[in-house]
Design a protein around this ligand. Structure first.
Ligand code: NDP
Ligand code: OXD
Length: 321
């Protein structure tokens, strides 16, 4: 019997999301299975049993009556769950060492950029000024990570090894050696009050939407060596109130920020973020999805699933992550 086909639905114009590149990798990872690009390739919709997707058009997955599993090609599933016609089949997200390591690189890079005053030093270079400021040790800086899941925890462990004082905040209590763990609403204020650099790696859900706002920024520590707290958000744009970030940078509630994600992506050319002197802006590429690693991960999951095994990293649709 022919294997059920896998349809690829990718709606992103950027380089790393080239549909042809992903199709070729899936063809190699899933020998004997039809891999079709939707809507470009012709196939009877009932022959599609699996879908691998990145930001598909809402309603597009409802066209496949025999769909068995939806594989998201990234870690965050907020845009998929916003599709009111999403079929009621298991939804699996990416949890992979490759993706985790890329995110850890990004978080460590940007923590160090702020810790080592790189924005100031770059301005000095442009102005040809030899004016070093005194530099404190990593142990003087308190990092707070909102969302100590697969990504947050790994970044926290590497930052701890560098010497930073790291704490994490989650919805449920966790015990992580060497890392102070806070949880739930009751712990949010004490967590913020001891944080100089706030890293956000939360999923976007009804509970976390717009959580990065003026009230939260005003609760961060103001007695650290940086002079004012710093925000790093690589979670989702919907977590942040962008007008509040700009306002807080203007009045000193925040000293600086790194943003990888935005309320609107691609970030419009008219956004004041692009040219803000205290902002580091990256184009939602903190952790690029690697087609080799991800096609192999999904091919392995399909083999186990068809042999009667359990899918790994299935999303809890009620929780939203
Ligand atoms: P996980 O599901 O492994 O972790 C999510 C964490 O967030 C958990 O520790 C969870 O706590 C915590 N959390 C969720 N809701 C709340 C809440 N209301 N209050 C407090 N804590 C909460 O996710 P990942 O680590 O794999 O990924 C995190 C996010 O990173 C993704 O959802 C995605 O949006 C983003 N991402 C961004 C990328 C980029 O390139 N910019 C790349 C990849 C991911 P608990 O376990 O206690 O519920
Ligand atoms: C994401 C990802 O969820 O790229 O942003 O994995």
């Amino acid at each position: 019997m022919a294997k059920g086909a896998l349809a690829l639905l990718i709606e992103s114009g950027t380089d790393n999301w080239s549909s042809d590149r992903w199709k070729e990798r899936f063809r190699l990872a899933c020998p004997g299975r039809d891999i079709v690009l939707n809507p470009a390739d012709d196939i009877a919709s009932e022959d599609v049993h699996y879908a691998a997707v990145w930001q598909p058009v809402p309603g597009a997955l409802a066209r496949f009556p025999k769909l068995r599993v939806i594989f998201n090609l990234g870690a965050g599933v907020d845009s998929l769950l916003a599709d009111s016609d999403l079929p009621h089949v298991p939804l699996v997200r990416v949890v992979l060492g490759d993706l985790t390591q890329r995110m850890t690189e990004y978080i460590v890079l940007h923590v160090l950029m702020h810790h080592r005053q790189q924005l100031y030093l770059q301005q000095c270079q442009r102005d040809k000024r030899w004016e070093p400021r005194s530099q404190w040790a990593a142990k003087a800086i308190r990092i707070g990570i909102m969302g100590m899941g697969h990504l947050g925890r790994d970044a926290a462990e590497v930052l701890t090894r560098i010497g930073f004082r790291v704490a994490g905040w989650n919805s449920s209590p966790k015990l992580i050696p060497g890392i102070e763990c806070f949880s739930g609403h009751a712990d949010l204020m004490p967590f913020l009050a001891r944080t100089d650099i706030l890293v956000c790696l939360l999923p976007l859900t009804a509970d976390t939407k717009a959580i990065l706002n003026r009230k939260l920024f005003s609760s961060l520590a103001r007695n650290g060596p940086l002079g004012a707290p710093v925000l790093i958000n690589a979670g989702r744009g919907g977590l942040q109130v962008e007008a509040d970030i700009l306002g807080c940078l203007a009045d000193g509630t925040l000293g600086a920020a790194t943003l990888d994600v935005y309320e609107r992506e691609p970030l419009p050319k008219s956004s004041p973020f692009w040219s803000h002197p205290n902002l580091l802006v990256t184009p939602h590429n903190a952790a690029d999805a690697d087609p080799d690693a991800i096609s192999a991960y999904i091919a392995g999951q399909i083999i186990k699933f068809e042999a009667g095994g359990l899918l790994e990293n299935a999303v809890d649709r009620v929780r939203g992550y």
